[in-house]
Design a protein around this ligand. Structure first.
Ligand code: GSH
Length: 217
């Protein structure tokens, strides 16, 4: 059996989730990034939706980050899911909850005028407040154990920290539980390993290219 191959875009938070779980489980894998503007033919052939992440296991392509996570977790015990079925279901609910937040972040940082930027920021704040209310002042979402919810949210933590560095705006200012949770997540080695070192520069370049109101204001 050859090494798993994970295909992503450098900026994709969903692909980052897959990389994070692979690192967390200590799995030796090949990370491959494709250019979203000019995806190679081999990628188009293995990704029916044209989306990343794709996990290639010996020629079988698995896609959708939640499915990839379940597969990686299943074939690499011990499971990082909680034992209790209801807690597991609740975790899956919060994994789902975090997914649209990436689009909110994207709209906020790419808006090129005050009106769009403010409305995107408000939508993002609403979602972050929902997450804040679900937290219990524990290191990780479930307590002391790192879980799928922590993995699902880690790319949010990474992006909001980058945005704060680039723009000086801290959207977590009034969300103390989220601040603490994200700080703990960002300290984890597997989180640092899960995204390319140049992510900040790529995001800054895209924001500047879009005349991001967040950078200009
Ligand atoms: N539900 C998918 C979302 C993946 C997704 O939206 N990926 C984006 C990049 S972050 C993508 O590949 N977009 C290209 C496209 O839609 O053609 C998952 O969780 O894997």
């Amino acid at each position: 059996m050859s090494k798993p191959r994970l295909i992503g875009f450098k900026t994709c938070p969903f692909a980052q989730r897959s990389a994070l779980l692979l690192h967390e489980k200590g799995i030796d894998f090949d990370q491959e990034y494709v250019n979203p503007e000019e995806p190679p033919l081999w990628f188009v052939e293995i990704s029916p939706s044209g989306k990343v992440p794709v996990l290639d296991i010996d020629g079988t392509a698995i896609f959708e980050s939640a499915v990839i996570s379940e597969y990686i977790n299943e074939v690499n015990p011990p499971s990082i899911h909680p034992e209790d079925a209801l807690t597991r279901a609740t975790n899956r609910v919060w994994v789902e909850y975090t997914s649209p937040i990436y689009m909110n972040i994207f709209k906020w940082i790419m808006a090129d005028n005050k009106k769009d930027s403010t409305s995107a920021k408000e939508s993002l704040e609403d979602k972050l407040e929902g997450l804040e209310d679900a937290l219990k002042n524990t290191p990780y979402f479930n307590g002391n154990d790192f879980s799928m919810v922590d993995i699902a949210a880690a790319p949010i933590a990474v992006r909001l920290a980058i945005i704060k560095e680039l723009s000086g705006v801290d959207i977590l200012e009034n969300l103390p539980k989220l601040q603490a949770w994200f700080a703990t997540i960002l300290e984890r080695e597997a989180v640092t390993a899960s995204y390319p070192a140049e992510l900040k520069d790529i995001l800054a370049m895209r924001m500047r290219g879009n005349q991001s109101y967040l950078l200009e204001s």
